[in-house]
Design a protein around this ligand. Sequence first.
Ligand code: NAD
Ligand code: IPM
Ligand code: MN
Length: 351
Amino acid sequence: MAKVAVIAGDGIGPEVIHEGMRVLKALDEVHQLGLSFEEMDLGAERYLRDGTTLPPETMDRFRDEFDAIFLGALGDKRVPSNVHAKDILLGCRFQLDLYVNFRPVKLLDKRRCPLKYKGPRDIDMVVFRENTEGLYTGVGGQFKRDTPDEVAIEAELNTRKGVERIIRAAFEHAKQHGLPSVCMADKSNAMRHGHDLWQRTFHAVAEEFSGIEAFHLYVDVLAMEMVRAPERFDVIVTNNLFGDIVTDLGAQLQGGIGLAASGNIHPGAVSLFEPVHGSAPDIAGKGIANPLATHLSAGMMLSHLGHPELEKKIQGGVRKCLLNNQVTKELGGKLSTKAVTDALMVHLGVA
Ligand code: NAD
Ligand code: IPM
Ligand code: MN
C-alpha cells in the first residue's frame, strides 16, 4: 500500500501528469501494487482563485499521510512573482527536507545525442544536486527598493550538515552501484567561504570511501567537460544552483529536456518526483508535450515505493519509444502526448 499526492500544476504539467497517471494506474492494476492517488488542488489556478499557495495543513498531510508526491510543473505568466511555485515546490523541498535532488543523465538512444562520436556508454551519469540550501533559501533582502540607490542581497547558505549529507549520499550511491568516481563541482576559486566548506567536506567524506576516485572541478570546467568528455563522469555532486544549471545541460546530452527525470528525495521519507522541465507555456494546451520525462520520473517514484523492477521496465519501454521514433514533435516525431503514452503502454504490456 502506498499513497501518492498528485500536483498536476500549470502549463503542460496537467497534460504530462494525466499521461503519467494512466501508466501508473495501469501498472497498479496489473501488478497489484496497492497504490492510491489523491489529486491536490494546488497551482496557479488555485492561487488566482483564492490566494492559496500551499496551506500548512497540506504540508502536514504530505509529511504524515503520503509516501510520495508526483508533480508536473509550476509556473504561469498570470503569476509573475512565481510565488505559488516557490511556496509549493521550494516549500516541499525545504519543509520536507528533500535534500537529495537526484537527476540521472542517461542516453537511452544513441541517435538522440547532440555530441558527435558519443554514445550511451559515454553519457551515463547521475547528478546529486543539493536541494535544501545554497542560493535558494531566500536569505537576504532588498534595501531602498525602487530608488537609484537600491541594494539587493541574495545570500548563499551552506551548512556543514547540509553539504556533508549530499556529498555522503553521492558517495553512498557510487558505492552501492559499483561506480568508480565522484566529481564535486564548486567555485571555490572565487567563493572563499561557502565553497571552501564544500572543499573541506568533500575531502573528509572522500577519505571514508577509499575505493572510489574523488575528483574536483570548478563548475565552469564541469560544464565544458560534460560536453567535451562526458564519459569522465559517473556521479556529480554540487550545490543547488549549479545543480539546476548543469542538469539542463545534462538533459540535452541525454536527448532533450523532455527526457530528463528527477527525484527530490529524503531517504526513507515522503519524496517528490517530477520531470526536470518546467510548465513550457509556449507549447501548453497543444497536446504535443513530451511525456517521457514524466514517465521516467514515475518509474523513479515506483522504485522509491519498493518496485525497482518497474522503474527498469519503464526505462526499457521509453528506450523502445525512442528507438521506434514514437516521439513528440520536438524530437522529430509525429505523435501527440497521448499517443506516445499509448505506445509506451504497449511496450509495457499494459495497453
Ligand atoms: P521550460 O522547461 O518550461 O521550457 C523550456 C523549453 O523547453 C521550452 O521551449 C519548452 O517548450 C521546452 N519543453 C519543456 N518541457 C518540454 C516537454 N515536456 N516537451 C517538449 N518540450 C518541452 O522552462 P522555462 O520556459 O524556463 O519555464 C517555464 C515556466 O516553468 C517558468 O515559470 C519556470 O519557473 C517554470 N519551471 C518550473 C519547474 C518545475 O515546476 N519543476 C521547472 C523548470 C521551470
Ligand atoms: C528545477 C526548476 C526550479 C529550480 C525552479 C522552478 C525554481 O528549474 O526544478 O530545475 O530552479 O530548482
Ligand atoms: Mn531547472
